[in-house]
Design a protein around this ligand. Structure first.
Ligand code: ADP
Ligand code: MG
Length: 759
């Protein structure tokens, strides 16, 4: 005697809804064996479908015992039933439950892939099955284009491909004309030779020539159970091994699902493009405002606040020598060195009666900007002005100041030094319209720099003159003293005004001693000089080349050599300019390693308002944006993917577990997310190539660096992943209460089809 594969002993199924108990079926006792072809008949509502669902493991039962291949199932968990369905049950439905967007081939192939087959190994098997159900001609046709009868043939081919010992068909011919129906019944009869096939039908006459057994149900009970004819005994092949879906198959199916319904694909792509564009725009403008606020600070010590500037000193406080400068220059990313960087922080006036430009000074050899007007200097007295377009003189009057000769205002006397005219031959604008703090620069020759260096060094030093036993503070303008170098004066000599003669013995200061004390941050020194000449109103011009005696009679003229000795000393502080601001920190590290103390100028800026608070606000805004984007896209994608419920119910019925279904969903959405991301990058590229020109794209291109793109990509993938999780949670929610998930999804689908048919 062959053991029955399914045995129900006093099994009852109840439905509880809103406190009311409905009976699915009661006290059913049935046994089924391999080789049987069973027809279940009975009026509507008699419990046929409920019985099939319990046998299929799609639904639970409340009372009695069900045995599967001899083992009792009351202790079965969801996973056990999942496993059971996978190994034992092939379902065929009245409404087919095929994947309409797949071809016939893909539908049959799907079940094999889900159960671990290798794509290239199953081609022949799939084609054979399609031939068997007579659809070879339609193998590459989308299922949605087939007739009902053809669809049910695909469903049978799929069930055969799954190759389970039990096939359960709930009204498989309910939607078919009688000719197609007969074909299906014949096929099922064929299959039943080595399987157990149970069908529900309303039309017993149609099947009675084929079935081996008839069960009639009435009001939830088995009314009649009759053998129609003998069936062949078949032994159950226990050796079947089911594998999990292969990784590559998951990727394939996920990608196929991403594209195979074109309108759905385009809508999801649009959603992801929207997310990508929003993230990039927000991030780009965030970076832009961060950059602008970093540039727009001010500083009371440094006038030149270019973000490329690093102030350097030697660790031991000594002066820089040529070796130092050579070493610094060889460091990667160092574009130029300003030896005496006090220049950079001293405001110089360039003026005449009508024009006034206030600027810091830089060496022409450090000019690495774009020239907007004019040309490069060709001699020592030609200069370039760099500043803001909105500046009145540099911007509005650019045509007037170009080729104009202007004069430097003496740092001491406040007088314009008309002895040397500086001609503006080039104008360059900074690109930052927020840099409004008058950070204009003039780029001048070495010779002008030397001249200015002395003035600046004097300004940064405390100078006292001791003359006739009395100290005079040179920096005190009331004294009107000023130390001026003259090339043709002998070293050690000094010329003073004859007005000072009254201080000396016999009202004659010739041969008396005058000493100059220099005191600054780095050194102090004293220079002892002997008065060799005095000048007066008449001989001043011939002696030192200056006419205006009344203004300059406080001048103390010394030799250029002595002056150099006092003021053109070694450099103790210099500045380095870097080529790429992005790499400034690594340049600083290298400078530190080489033995120099560094100060990054952009770190010394004092910002208006509290930037930390601004940063935190901005971060909060970004987080809110991500959350809002997530919810918007989740709800939109949920609406778009609503039709996918049936797909997931179907693949789970075919053997994909929850995890696999979720993975397929994740791959599907990630595919589109990636496509959207790289499409957007492509659009940015078009903008870069000036094919299009969109303001926000320019901002993104300018301020986002490669790591920012990576961060945005990660956020996008994360959002996409969360959407998949949330969608899946919603999708599979029902499966927590019993195993009704499939039933609900599939019967929803059923209703839809029925209403469609009614229309
Ligand atoms: P048949 O397939 O024979 O037409 P069903 O098995 O679908 O009948 O239904 C059997 C009984 O169970 C009916 O009385 C029906 O109202 C009830 N029933 C079926 N499904 C549910 C459900 N999900 N909730 C409550 N009652 C149900
Ligand atoms: Mg039914």
């Amino acid at each position: 005697m062959v053991k029955s594969i399914i045995k129900l002993k006093n099994v009852s199924k109840f439905y509880y809804s809103k406190g009311v108990i409905a009976t699915g079926f009661t006290k059913v006792n049935l046994e089924f064996s391999m080789g049987e072809f069973v027809a279940i008949v009975g009026e509507s509502g008699s419990g046929k479908s409920t019985l099939l669902n319990v046998i299929s493991g799609l639904d639970t039962y409340e009372e009695g015992e069900m045995y599967i291949n001899g083992s009792e199932t009351s202790h079965y968990s969801e996973d056990d039933f999942e496993d059971y369905r996978r190994k034992y049950i092939g379902n065929i439905f009245q409404n087919f439950n095929l994947v309409n967007s797949y071809t016939v081939y893909q539908n049959v192939e799907l079940v094999l892939l889900l159960n671990g087959a290798k794509k290239k190994n199953i081609r022949k098997k799939v084609i054979d099955l399609i031939k068997k159900v007579g659809l070879y001609k339609f193998r590459n046709t989308k299922v949605s284009k087939l007739s009902g009868g053809q669809k049910q043939r695909v469903a049978i081919a799929r069930a055969m491909a799954k190759d389970t010992p039990i096939i359960i068909a709930d009204e498989p011919t309910g939607n078919l004309d009688s000719k197609s129906a007969l074909g299906i019944i014949k096929l099922l009869s064929e299959i039943s030779k080595d399987k157990l096939v149970i069908i529900v039908t309303h039309n017993y006459e149609q099947v009675e020539d084929y079935v081996t057994r008839k069960i009639k149900m009435h009001d939830g009970r088995v009314l009649e159970d009759r053998i129609i004819k003998e069936h062949q005994d078949v032994t159950l092949d226990q050796a079947r091994v089911y594998k999990n879906i292969r990784f590559l198959s998951k990727i394939r199916l996920g990608i196929r699902n991403a594209f195979n319904i074109v309108p759905k694909f385009l809508l999801v792509l649009l959603v992801y493009l929207f997310i990508t564009a929003s993230l990039m725009s927000e991030y780009g403008s965030f970076k832009e405002s961060e950059y602008i606020s970093s540039k727009s600070g001010y500083n009371q010590y440094f006038q030149n606040t270019e973000d490329t500037r690093i102030v350097i000193k030697k660790n031991d406080g000594s002066a820089f020598n040529d070796d130092d400068y050579a070493k610094i220059k060889s460091i990667n990313n160092v574009s130029s060195i300003v030896y005496n960087d006090l220049l950079l922080d001293t405001s110089i006036d360039l003026s005449d009666d009508n024009y006034w430009i206030s600027a810091t000074v830089n060496n022409i050899s450090n000019f690495n900007k774009k020239l907007d007007y004019g040309r490069m200097p060709e001699n020592d007295n030609e200069i370039i002005v760099y500043g803001n377009k909105d500046d009145y003189y540099i911007g509005y009057l650019k045509d007037e100041i170009l080729d104009k000769e202007l004069y430097l205002r003496d740092l001491y006397t406040g007088e314009l030094d008309k002895s040397v005219g500086l001609k503006i031959v080039g104008i360059s604008y900074n690109d930052n319209s927020n840099n409004y703090y008058g950070n204009s620069e003039i780029y001048v020759s070495d010779k002008i720099i030397d001249n200015l260096t002395y003035q600046i060094n004097q300004q940064y030093s405390k100078l006292t003159v001791m003359f006739q036993g009395k100290y005079y503070d040179v920096n005190n303008y009331d004294q009107n003293f000023r130390i001026v170098p003259k090339r043709d004066i002998q070293d050690g000599s000094v010329y003073i005004s004859s007005d000072l003669n009254y201080l000396c013995k016999n009202e004659n200061c010739i041969n008396s001693t005058l000493s100059i004390d220099v005191n600054n941050l780095y050194y102090s020194d004293t220079l002892e000089l002997k008065v060799t000449k005095t000048y007066d109103k008449k001989n001043m011009e011939s002696l030192v080349g200056i006419k205006d005696y009344d203004t300059y009679n406080g001048n103390i003229f010394i030799s250029s050599n002595d002056y150099n000795k006092m003021f053109n000393r070694d450099n103790y502080q210099s500045s380095v300019n870097v080529l790429n601001v992005e790499d400034i920190d690594s340049t600083i590290t290298k400078l530190n390693k080489a033995g120099y103390n560094t100060l990054k100028i952009s770190d010394t800026l004092v910002q208006e308002g509290n930037t930390e608070v601004l940063k935190i606000m901005r971060t909060i805004v970004t987080i809110i944006l991500v959350v809002v984007l997530f919810f918007i896209s989740y709800f939109v994608i949920r609406v778009i993917l609503k039709s996918r419920n049936v797909y997931f119910a179907t693949i789970r019925m075919l053997g994909a577990n929850r995890k696999v279904s979720l993975q397929l969903l994740i791959i599907e959405l990630l595919t589109v997310a990636n496509l959207a991301y790289f499409t957007f990058i492509g659009i940015l590229k078009l903008n870069e190539l000036s094919v299009i020109n969109v303001g926000i794209f320019n901002t993104i291109l300018k301020y986002l660096k490669i790591n920012d793109y990576v961060v945005i990509y990660a956020i996008l993938i994360f959002i996409s992943y969360l959407i998949s999780l949330k969608f899946a949670k919603k999708l599979f929610k029902n499966s927590q209460k019993g195993y009704s998930f499939y039933k609900i999804q599939l019967s929803k689908n059923n209703k839809k089809i029925l209403t469609n048919k009614n229309i």
